[in-house]
Design a protein around this ligand. Structure first.
Ligand code: 5GP
Ligand code: MN
Length: 326
């Protein structure tokens, strides 16, 4: 068996656990993206092929643009009541278990597997399969699929390619290595529907999304010699545009793409709390800045939740970014 560089459990140990258990719950993080869902759905499909029982836990509704994923309709808050006591709970794409949300029943630690690629993963599972040099949690799952000996069919390939395209920003981010392109080519040969993924996730925007983008850009401010761009969106702006939180997904990347901008932040003041999305061009670690405020993520993409006012959130994030060298 090939030994992967997991800071935690070995590939062999995780495979033994996947083979030994009969039932699984694939857990994805709140406000799910293509990586957390695609990784869990792909591994779930593979386990079902091996005759295992698989359920999917997701606290929030599956976003419109990810409903095309095979089995996405199975991801829900409600879980079967008759799960065996040694069910393995598989957390995908989260640096801490709290990212799964508040309504997840807390499984016993010995029944938890944490599969991830985030820097600073908290190793909250009994088994921790964390490869932080992988571009997506989906490509971490690929190591396990190879070991399980399950054939990568169209469905699995589409799920994994979705994780890659989501977390590389459609092959644009610096985590798009030659091997990421090779794996992607192989997935396409196995039937991954790249056209559909592109259309659903990147190309096909709702009118409300584009209208909202305009409103958000109107709130933008530049600071620190125009190296920092930040903007906000609140419930009233959503209502004005007939939009919802899902329509804000890509906005922070637009702010970051402005010439000279090294760090961008989008402050989402919804339902009495402020969700913050941070992006960096590569000099300042937004993961470290978010971690100062109880959040986390990657060097170039991170997030956090601030329970307070918008103005407080803006000041706190500014101070954290300055402390990280902005
Ligand atoms: P986004 O801005 O797209 O919501 O998140 C960007 C990245 O930061 C993702 O990798 C996501 O998993 C991570 N992230 C977002 N919010 C949080 C948070 O509150 N805590 C942690 N630990 N990571 C987060
Ligand atoms: Mn990810």
């Amino acid at each position: 068996m090939i030994e992967e560089r997991s800071s935690g459990s070995s590939t062999e140990e995780v495979l033994a656990e996947l083979q030994r258990r009969c039932a699984f719950v694939m857990v994805s993080h709140v406000k799910p993206d293509g990586d957390t869902l695609g990784a869990g759905l792909a591994l779930g499909i593979a386990l079902k092929r091996l005759g295992k029982r698989v359920a999917y836990f997701q606290e929030d509704p599956v976003p419109r643009n990810l409903r095309f994923l095979p089995d996405a309709h199975l991801a829900a808050r409600r879980l079967p009541v008759d799960l065996p006591s040694d069910t393995l709970w598989v957390f995908c794409d989260m640096s801490s278990a709290s990212r799964a949300g508040e309504s997840l029943p807390t499984p016993a630690r010995e029944n938890t597997l944490n599969i991830d690629h985030h820097l600073g993963n908290e190793h909250f599972g009994a088994y921790n399969y964390v490869l932080d040099n992988e571009c997506s949690t989906g490509t971490v799952v690929m190591h396990l699929l190879r070991g399980l000996g399950v054939e990568i069919d169209e469905q699995i390939a589409t799920c994994i390619l979705t994780t890659i395209m989501t977390d590389t920003g459609g092959f644009m981010h610096s985590n798009t290595t030659p091997s990421v392109l090779e794996i992607s080519a192989d997935l396409m040969r196995r039937g991954a529907d790249k056209e559909r993924i592109t259309e659903e996730i990147f190309a096909n925007k709702r009118l409300a999304t584009v209208k909202l983008l305009g409103r958000i850009i109107d709130t933008m401010r530049l600071a620190h010699d125009a190296r920092y761009a930040y903007a906000y969106v609140d419930d009233a702006m959503l209502a004005e545009c007939g939009a919802d939180g899902e329509d804000t997904e890509d906005t922070v990347n637009v702010l970051r793409s402005i010439e000279g901008v090294e760090v961008a932040a989008l402050f989402k003041a919804f339902d009495g709390e402020v969700r913050v999305s941070l992006r960096s061009s590569g000099r300042v670690s937004v993961q470290a800045a978010a971690a100062r405020l109880g959040g986390g993520g990657h060097f170039r993409a991170s997030g956090l939740t601030h329970r307070g006012t918008l103005d407080e959130a803006i000041s706190a994030v500014d101070a954290a970014l300055v402390a990280e060298g902005l």
